[in-house]
Design a protein. Sequence first.
Length: 212
Amino acid sequence: MSVKPFDLAMTFDPEVLWPDANDCPDWPLMDENSRRMNPSFSRFDAENRLKRLRYMLNKGTEDLRPPTKAEAEQAKELLFEAGTAPNWRWVALGFKGMRPARRDNDAAEMVLEAVHVRGWLRKLDERAASAAKATAAREQDRLKFAVSTYVDNVEGLKAELASLEEAAARHAQRAADEQAFNRANAIRQSLQWDRSAAVVAAKQLGIELPAE
């Protein structure tokens, strides 16, 4: 059975280059002026760029596997050699002591960009995981606060409520009495107005009101 070719885009391991994912420089590498003038790039942009780099590095082959350690070292020896980095981007990525092994350095440049993109995607994953963890921690704190607030205050509030029950009952009675008083006055006033109107109407009709 034939062995699948390995993915040249995985020649370098971002976890080795940047053990702390947040140390990976933001992708793409730009100077400050360019970064201010250009919109930020998204995960979608990075994933598409990585697909393109894989396609170009592996000449369109898609059924690939990660390289073994020996294969990765062999690829590095073919593509890179010790020397002064060709540009500031190499230095920014931590490759200041390396340069392309061949005059045509396209493959070396793409391998470096591939590990940079992978490192940046890992950085985004770490940030998302940290944000989710922080959100979960805040929710746990909120729930714990709700429980502790109840536990700490329930007995005192119950005792205070018991001491106020009698006064609350008196207040409720006063409110009910006041409501009844106001309703009684309204009924009496309504009866007076209705009787006056009925007396006038009965007189005009020549009849007498029923005895009360």
